[in-house]
Design a protein around this ligand. Structure first.
Ligand code: KG4
Ligand code: ZN
Length: 353
């Protein structure tokens, strides 16, 4: 069983070919084009610009992913010859096409969804619509033996657009426990980074700067950490950081201090509520995904605290933490629910059903 998976919900355009061999999901190719440099110049994503770039990227990315998946062909130029070869691979080797249908930016989603529908129709392949958020959790299945991940487990999604806690009883049976009431964890990092003039997205630079510190001397409040629920709220943290920045002269040292205090305020509440969820629901495994989960400090801290409670935390390989096509395929291979292309449409406001 081999599938082609397409992701285009935000600024990345990604395609991947995957297969499941003896209970393990293997990525045969994963190609991602990003317009991050363009967004760095504007300090954030301008949706229409992102979608325009994706229109340009989508076919070369799909062709490249198909070619690399089969005998390691290398895509050099976007020639008709490359296209023909990719079509042969798609026709002969691919069983189904998975695609992110939401949530995300409507223009961006449409690029991936309409491409997948066209390929599905033209080459008579079934189509698997995938929820981007669930796929972040399923990135953990890549290169892992299926038995390593035992149900029930807690899923934590920490990305630029979402912060959500879920309880998974089985692949198709899950419950939403809570999420952010305002900004997502990554969004808070990016907004505070912007106040500090750090380049977009700020998460990696905040991590780099926080690591330069030998001793933390300032502290920000961890929002709603003591509330007995699984909700999060990060917009107050941005306000606290903004007030602090307005009152102080920014030196390199102080910027690093703010980075460290911001990270800590966010990670403390994420860790506490995630471990609470695991405790209350008696789960021994936590799967974490989304761009923020690439952060090493966060990984180490939650892993250490979870271990003390006898709980296992799993993270994807860092290249599958941020948006990518492979995680869409990983979800689809575990939840092989095919649809007719006519019934698939982009849903920017998709959440958990
Ligand atoms: O999952 P993702 O690639 O896209 C969305 O679905 O939103 O997540 C992007 C987010 C951005 O907010 C970015 O700042 C954050 O992930 N991020 C990080 C790190 N790498 C990316 N945050 C903290 N530490 C990192 N190393
Ligand atoms: Zn994402």
């Amino acid at each position: 069983m081999k599938i082609l998976a397409i992701e285009s919900s935000c600024d990345e355009t990604s395609a991947s070919v995957l297969e499941k061999v003896k209970g393990q999901i293997k990525v045969l190719s994963n190609v991602t084009a990003t317009s991050l440099k363009m967004h760095a110049a504007t300090g954030g994503i301008i949706p229409e610009n992102a979608a325009r770039m994706q229109v340009k990227f989508i076919m070369p990315v799909v062709i490249d992913a198909l070619m690399k998946s089969s005998k390691g062909h290398k895509f050099q130029t976007n020639t008709a010859h490359d296209g023909k070869l990719a079509v042969e691979i798609l026709k002969k080797e691919i069983d189904s096409i998975a695609v992110t249908f939401g949530p995300g930016l409507i223009g961006s989603l449409l690029v991936g969804v309409e491409t997948a529908k066209t390929l599905s129709y033209a080459f008579n392949k079934s189509i698997i619509p995938v929820n981007h958020l669930l796929a972040h959790v399923y990135a953990n299945y890549i290169d892992r033996q299926e038995e390593e991940i035992q149900f029930p487990f807690i899923g934590l999604i920490v990305s630029g657009g979402h912060t959500d806690l879920l309880y998974f009883a089985s692949h198709n049976k899950y419950a939403w426990l809570g999420g952010t009431r305002d900004d997502a964890a990554g969004e808070a990092l990016d907004k505070i980074g912007r106040l500090l003039n750090l380049s977009y997205p700020a998460g990696p630079e905040i991590e780099r700067r926080a690591n330069l510190l030998s001793k933390a001397s300032i502290k920000f409040k961890s929002p709603i950490i003591n509330e007995e629920n699984f909700d999060f709220s990060f917009s107050g943290l941005k306000t606290e950081a903004m007030r602090f920045i307005e009152k102080n002269t920014l030196t390199e040292e102080l910027i690093n201090q703010i980075c460290s205090a911001t990270q800590k305020a966010i990670f403390d509440v994420l860790i506490k509520k995630t471990l609470n969820a695991a405790g209350i629901h008696s789960t021994k495994t936590i799967l974490i995904g989304g761009g923020v989960s690439a952060n090493e400090t966060f990984r180490n801290e939650i892993e250490r605290k979870a271990q003390e409670m006898g709980i296992k935390t799993l993270f994807p390989n860092k290249k599958y933490s941020t948006d990518n096509g492979a995680m869409i395929g990983a979800y689809a291979l575990n939840n092989f629910v095919v649809s007719d292309w006519k019934k698939v449409s982009a849903n920017p406001n998709l959440y958990f059903s």
